[in-house]
Design a protein around this ligand. Structure first.
Ligand SMILES: NC(=O)c1ccc[n+]([C@@H]2O[C@H](COP(=O)([O-])OP(=O)(O)OC[C@H]3O[C@@H](n4cnc5c(N)ncnc54)[C@H](O)[C@@H]3O)[C@@H](O)[C@H]2O)c1
Length: 435
């Protein structure tokens, strides 16, 4: 099968590469020429474990190629996967401009039957709108179908998630199109991956429902952690015991500095907005947004309480990515903390194993360092913002000797409080007793 994937970001590039690894011929398209040039030179524009090797293998087998020429890619493909961004508009709705731009190009280039597969996260009703939009724009009477196929991969484990998903959701009103897309995912049948076939609308809703539920779990445990801080409880034990209840499950019950990334913030917001458009007040979505905002600000507040004031203090942030194993800093709690703390008059040092270049594009004024130890020199406070593996076994005795004041804030609870306190640090964390 010949496939074209539009958008070579985290979703498009991973999906395109993995589909080529299934044996399909895949052309990946992006309008960003610099990304395509990098890919054609054997470089990978995003950080994702194992991706470079997988791209190399499939390019060498001539199953995977990269271009900016969408028309050529459409001509050669039966299925056109859309993996372009759907960022948040200022009012919280999803910005569908990139989706509709590609739809225009598809309508202008299409010569025979195509299946347009929406992999991007889009609000309920988008497939229907896209169908009408393309129909109106087509100059000839050409048949096409739209399939909603939301993606559930996580940055940092994207390839594994794509190749071994918990489920594949495909929604369409066309049996023919469903059969074609089921065929694309046929290699996953061997792993007995459930394929859930629905209408377009239901598939669109499933994605928002899933992300909002995950954001809810994180926000719930963050609020429990805040309460534990006040009453002296241990959120780790609360979460562990809660997770033993199979109805609840143990995943996504790790408290921290608030969720970030390119998905949860915009998707929770878009669900609230889409509900509003249908005259439904989705109260939980709004509460999640509010709780997460407060949780990010909480990092600033707790640091201020620890230091007395942030003015003229030097603070080291360890980790900038919104989670480990990615260079994505979109909506990262670390960048929020850096901005707010600089506003309060602090100087920010930072180190992240891979996300510093991305952070530089987003924020000015941070001092970057080549490793955790040099970033911690002469600072009043070290804050662990991202639980990268390399921060899990830092030599704190060595760090203490070079700091101005021995303060550690472990927002991700990766250290044993007693071990760090016994070294003479003022240690704070998220929802666990320190003494
Ligand atoms: N990142 C994730 O973890 C994740 C997971 C699941 C779903 N999603 C969803 O998938 C979609 C894509 O997310 P992403 O993180 O991969 O985005 P991204 O911003 O990393 O990549 C999007 C790419 O699309 C390209 N693009 C935009 N308009 C184009 C056009 N007209 N023609 C060709 N290329 C075009 C951009 O240049 C960019 O390279 C979003 O809707 C997102 O919500 C993301």
């Amino acid at each position: 099968m010949n496939i074209c994937v539009v958008g070579t970001g985290y979703v498009g590039l991973v999906a395109g590469t993995c589909l080529s690894d299934f044996g399909m011929h895949v052309i990946c398209v992006d309008k960003d020429k610099s990304k395509i040039d990098m890919l054609n030179n054997g470089e990978v524009p995003i950080y994702e474990i194992g991706l470079k090797e997988l791209i190399e293998r499939n390019v060498n087998l001539e199953r995977l190629s990269f271009t900016t020429d969408l028309k050529m890619a459409i001509d050669r493909s039966l299925c056109i996967f859309l993996g372009v961004g759907t960022p948040e508009n200022e009012d919280g709705t999803a910005n569908l401009q990139y989706i509709f731009d590609v739809a225009d190009d598809i309508a202008d280039s299409m010569n025979d039957y195509k299946v347009i597969v929406i992999k991007s996260t889009v609000p309920v009703g988008t497939a229907q709108k896209l169908r009408e939009h393309i129909k109106k724009r087509l100059k000839k009477d050409i048949d096409f179908d739209i399939v909603s196929n939301p993606e559930f991969l996580r940055e940092g484990s994207a390839i594994n998630d794509f190749l071994r998903p918990d489920r594949v959701v495909i929604g369409s009103n066309s049996e023919k199109a469903l059969a074609i897309v089921r065929d694309v995912y046929r290699p996953l049948y061997l792993l007995e991956t459930p394929i859930v076939s629905t209408s377009n609308e239901t598939a669109e809703l499933i994605k928002y429902a899933s992300n909002t539920m995950l954001a809810l779990k994180i926000s719930f445990i963050n609020e429990m952690a805040n309460l534990c801080d006040k009453v002296g409880g241990d959120v780790y034990q609360v979460a562990t015991a809660m997770g033993m209840d199979k109805r609840i499950g143990s995943k996504f019950l790790h408290p921290g500095p608030g969720y970030g990334g390119s998905c949860f913030p915009k998707d929770v917001s878009a669900l609230a907005k889409v509900a509003e458009q249908y005259d439904y007040d989705f109260k939980i979505s709004k509460a999640i947004i509010e709780v997460n905002k407060l949780q990010k600000e909480n990092v600033v507040k707790k640091s201020e309480t620890l230091l007395g004031t942030l003015k003229d203090k030097k603070i080291c942030l360890l980790g900038l990515a919104f989670k480990p194993n990615t260079d994505d800093v979109r909506e990262a709690p670390a960048l929020y903390a850096a901005k707010r703390m600089m506003e309060e008059g602090a100087t920010i040092n930072a180190y992240d194993p891979v996300a510093m270049e991305e952070a530089k594009k987003d924020i000015d004024g941070i001092n970057y360092f080549k490793d955790a130890y040099s970033a911690c020199e002469d600072v009043d406070l070290v804050i662990i913002m991202t639980e990268w593996n390399e921060f899990r076994d830092l030599q704190f005795a060595r760090i203490k000797d070079t700091m101005k004041a021995p303060n550690v804030y472990d927002t991700r609870n990766i250290y044993n409080a007693k071990t760090i306190s016994d070294l003479g640090f003022n240690y704070i964390c998220t929802g666990r007793p320190v003494k």
